[in-house]
Structure formats: C-alpha cells, structure tokens
Ligand binder design. Structure first.
Ligand SMILES: Cc1ncc(COP(=O)(O)O)c(C=O)c1O
Length: 426
C-alpha cells in the first residue's frame, strides 16, 4: 500500500528520490515566500518522481485491455485508487471516481444526484461553501429545485441542529464542506452525518481543504459523497476524485460526462494516468506524514499569529480558533485595506478577503456570511501554510507585515481601495 513512500518505492530508486528531494523548493531566506497553500500547493518532489515514468516509459492508456502498456497503466491507476480510498476510510476502491478536480467532483455529486432522481426536490447547503458548490445549487434552483442555504455563526461554523431543522420530507441531499478555504473553520461533519443518516438524506462533503488536516472518515461520519482535489495536498493540478458510497445506502448518480464509459460509466474520458499516480502518492504521503506535519504547521501558524496579534493593535482573528485548520490563519487589520497591504508585500504570496478583480473590491461571501463588518472585511488577509514553510519565513513575514501595517496607518493611506491585486481566494 505504502510503496510510493520516499525511498521505498516501486516507482522510485533511492538515488532518484534523493535527486528529487534536492529539487524541493527551499524558500528559506529566499524570496518570494509562498503562503497561499489553500489556493494550491507545489507538487511534492516524491510525487513528481512517482509520476514521471507514466509520461514516457509507461505511457499506456489505462483502458487498453489488449497489451502490457495498458495493463501497467491500469495497475498504477488501481493502486492510486487504493491510496485515495485509504485516506478517507472508503470501504471499497470502487467507491472512488477520478475527475479533473474538485470542481468537477462537486458538480458530479450535486447534479448527478439531482438528475438521477428524475424529479425535483429540496437540497440544503451552507452560506460558506466554495463557489463550485454554491453555483451548482443556483443552477439546480433554476431547474426547479428548492435550495435552503443555512447560515453560520461569527466563527464560520454551522450548527448541526440548524441543518436538521432545514430538512423536509422533500430533502434529498445536504452539502457541507469539511473545512473552509478562507477562514479554515472545520465543520461538525460527524454530527451532521448522524442527523442526515437518521433522516435518510444523502450527505455530500467537499473535503478539499480538510482532508488529512483534521480527523475524517467517510464511514465514521456517515458521508455518502465526498470531493477531493490533488493539487491542494502536494499533488498535480487537474486531478481530483468523488467518493460515491456503494452500500448502506448505495448512492446512484447520473454521469455528467458521457463517452467511453470509464470510471464505471460515471465519468467518461481517458484517464490522466500520471496525474492519478501523483494524486495517489500525495494521498499516501498525507496519510502517513500528515499528523506530524499538521503539528508543525500549527506551531508555525501560532507563532505568526502571536507576533502579529501581540505587536500590532487592532488585529482580529477571523474563523474559529478551536475548530480551525492547522495551516490556516485569517486576520483583519483595523484601518488597513488588505489589498493596499498586499501591494506593499509583493515578495509574499497571500490572499485577501476581498476579490477586486473588477474595479470595485468584492467582499468575500464567507466573511459576509460570518457577519463581519465592512471595515474588517476589506482588511482581511489569508495565510495558508504548507510543507515548505519554515520558522525563518514566518519570522520574516511577521516582521514585514508589522512594518507595512504601521507604515500604512501612519501615512494615512491605509485604505487603498483602488488596488488592483486580486485576492485569488480558492
Ligand atoms: C473548498 C474547495 N472546494 C473546491 C475547490 C475546487 O477545487 P479544484 O481546483 O480541484 O477544482 C477548491 C479550490 O479551489 C476549494 O478550496
């Protein structure tokens, strides 16, 4: 199962593995510093080395049944399926459907369930979901589905009883994320799962940000559908998966992409074998190293938070400090526009809580749903820590932010709403 791990590999000799390890981007004392790991992560060098043979020597199509090239590709895909299934506690590898990412997985889950029913119904979601869930619920609403969007508290947490109260006899599906991509708040999925299971309603969980970062198991939590994405966990972009429960209950979906019948007919299209191999390897690494890594990242995050909160006035934490991703920190700086601040911190990759890709900054729907006021909203910055960050970087970032917040406040240009740096919140 764990054969892709560093140095022990079916796909990787010791020498190859060391060479790739040496290539890992060390950003110590080197700029720019990347602190936007909720948007995407660098591919782990061990993942890349597992993938490489599948571009060239082992380039077969996993659907080719008549020769060794196809068999080899298929075996690699099946191994990756096992590793992804293992990460979320799925009972069977047949419950994993590979997709192009979590956006597609979310679309397949929600539209797939809705269209399979052949009639309209009611679905429940929350106000802080990713756009790839909220936009799909809007689409379903335009097709006659009734949609209830449950609110969250000031820390971004949904009350399981509020979900329960929203359920009606017509409710077919509930969709709640495991952890939020902006403020890192972890949702009480286990408690929600108890309620949905008791009412015979399917539960879909977008676990993109939370998987491997907080306890999660599709069986323990009564999850019926679950979306994952490789590029958020040290894997490549353009690969993801949807977990689809096969028993107790068996979930039925209508495919959204038809063609060659791959993925048990649920998602046609030639499989991206190198990408899937990379996803499997990334899932394996997260499963085996995640606990230690999470502890280290929480330590770095706490250090950053402590310095900013203790050395600056007017800093507030957005999110739930008790139920928060270990690698997330979301802060608002009073009287400072996050976009103006980011402009001065061009050597640090961060995201703000206001997307200003257009002329007018568009405040984050997540912070708005949490009831955060306009000022704090425009002053919010998201820090997303990852495998390649270290203490030296955190100290550098803290010092630079303290310096620039003070500069902005004293220059009276703290709220530069005209900044054109987009938030890029993913
Ligand atoms: C919570 C959440 N769901 C879904 C997605 C979409 O993932 P993907 O980039 O694989 O389509 C993202 C990332 O953008 C995310 O953060």
């Amino acid at each position: 199962m764990r054969s892709w791990r560093h140095g022990s590999a079916a796909y990787l000799t010791g020498a190859e593995s060391s060479a790739f390890e040496a290539r890992r981007p060390r950003m110590t004392a080197k700029l720019p510093i990347y602190l936007d790991h909720h948007a995407t992560t660098p591919v782990d060098p061990r993942v890349l080395s597992a993938m490489l043979p599948y571009f060239f020597e082992k380039f077969g199509n996993a659907s080719s049944r008549s020769h060794q090239f196809g068999w080899e590709a298929e075996a690699a895909v099946e191994k990756a399926r096992e590793l992804v299934a293992e990460l979320i506690g799925a009972t069977s590898t047949r419950e994993i459907v590979f997709t192009s990412g979590a956006t597609e997985a979310n679309n397949l889950a929600l539209k797939g369930v809705a269209e399979q029913l052949g009639e309209t119904g009611h679905l429940v979601t929350t106000a802080v979901e990713h756009r790839s869930v909220l936009d799909v619920t809007e689409r379903l609403s335009s097709r006659g589905w009734e949609v209830t969007v449950v609110g969250v508290d000031r820390r971004g947490r949904v009350d399981p009883d509020a979900i329960d109260r929203a359920l009606t006899d017509r409710t077919r599906l509930v969709s709640v994320m495991l952890a939020n991509n902006e403020v890192g708040t972890i949702q009480p999925i286990g408690q929600i799962g108890k309620r949905t299971r008791a009412r015979g309603v399917l539960l879909h969980v977008d676990a993109v940000q939370g998987v491997g970062r907080t306890g999660f198991d599709v069986n323990d939590f009564n999850v019926d559908l679950c979306s994952l994405s490789a590029h958020k966990i040290g894997g490549p972009k353009g690969v993801g998966a949807l977990y689809v429960r096969r028993s107790n209950p068996r979930v039925r979906l209508l495919s959204q992409i038809d063609g060659g019948g791959q993925e048990r007919g649920l998602r046609s299209g030639t499989l991206d074998v190198p990408g899937i191999v990379g996803f499997g390897c990334a899932a394996d690494l997260l499963g085996s190293e995640g606990a230690g890594e999470n502890q280290r990242l929480a330590g770095l995050r706490d250090r950053l938070e402590h310095r900013l909160v203790s050395e600056l006035d007017g800093v507030s934490i957005n999110g739930d400090v008790e139920h928060r991703l270990p690698n997330n920190l979301n802060l608002s700086f009073d009287d400072v526009s996050a976009n103006a601040l980011m402009l001065r911190l061009s050597e640090i990759a961060l995201s703000s809580g206001s997307a200003c890709s257009s002329a007018t900054p568009e405040p984050s729907h997540v912070l708005k749903a949490m009831g955060i006021g306009a000022d704090r909203l425009l002053g919010s910055l998201r820090f997303g820590l990852g495998r390649d960050n270290d203490e030296e970087q955190v100290e550098y970032v803290a010092s630079r932010i303290i310096e620039e917040v003070r500069n902005l406040r004293s220059s009276g240009r703290a709220t530069d709403a005209g900044s054109r740096r987009s938030s890029g919140l993913e």
